[in-house]
Design a protein around this ligand. Structure first.
Ligand code: HEM
Length: 136
């Protein structure tokens, strides 16, 4: 039988649902103000987004008792035509927020890896590739 214990430990290390909500709130403060992706959120209900994203992240960190009440991710993002570089920008803001909130390394790594694994549901683009002008 598989055990959910290691993942549940991550949820607890993140401060449970209240700790995760604090991070998600700080994250969306950055996202909504961001020059590159903030415009996408102009008509979005911020409080509802914080609520469902907190549920989503709690489950990603192992909280089996939390239910995600939002829409499937592919459906929620389909109308926005999100580019690979915009996906990367969101990940950068998430990384910066996790650090600023003092979240422990194992939680940061798991949260960011989970996000990266979902890329194909959010954007049709791959990760952006930076090539130096003098590359062969
Ligand atoms: C794996 C990465 C991502 C996760 C886990 C995620 C998570 C979520 C969740 C849970 C929602 C709420 C769904 C609902 O409305 O029921 C949402 C909505 C939204 N997300 Fe994301 N998201 C991701 C990537 C992105 C990216 C890269 C962007 C843009 C740069 C983005 C822009 C939006 C917008 C604009 C909405 C509101 C959709 C609407 O109401 O029309 N998301 N996201």
């Amino acid at each position: 039988m598989s055990t959910p214990e290691p993942d549940l430990a991550l949820f607890e290390a993140a401060g449970g649902q209240a700790g995760i909500e604090t991070v998600v709130r700080a994250f969306y403060a950055r996202v909504f103000d961001d020059l590159m992706i903030g415009y996408l959120f102009r008509r979005v209900d911020r409080e509802r987004l914080i609520l469902v994203e907190t549920e989503f992240a709690a489950r990603a960190l192992g909280a089996t008792s939390v239910r995600y009440t939002g829409r499937p991710l592919r459906e929620a993002h389909a109308a926005h035509r999100i580019q690979g570089g915009q996906f990367d920008r969101r990940s950068t803001l998430l990384r910066e927020t996790l650090l600023a909130c003092g979240v422990s390394e194992p939680v940061r790594a798991a949260w960011l890896a989970h996000t990266e694994a979902l890329r194909a549901l959010i954007t049709a683009d791959g990760p952006s590739i930076c090539q130096a002008a003098d590359d062969p």
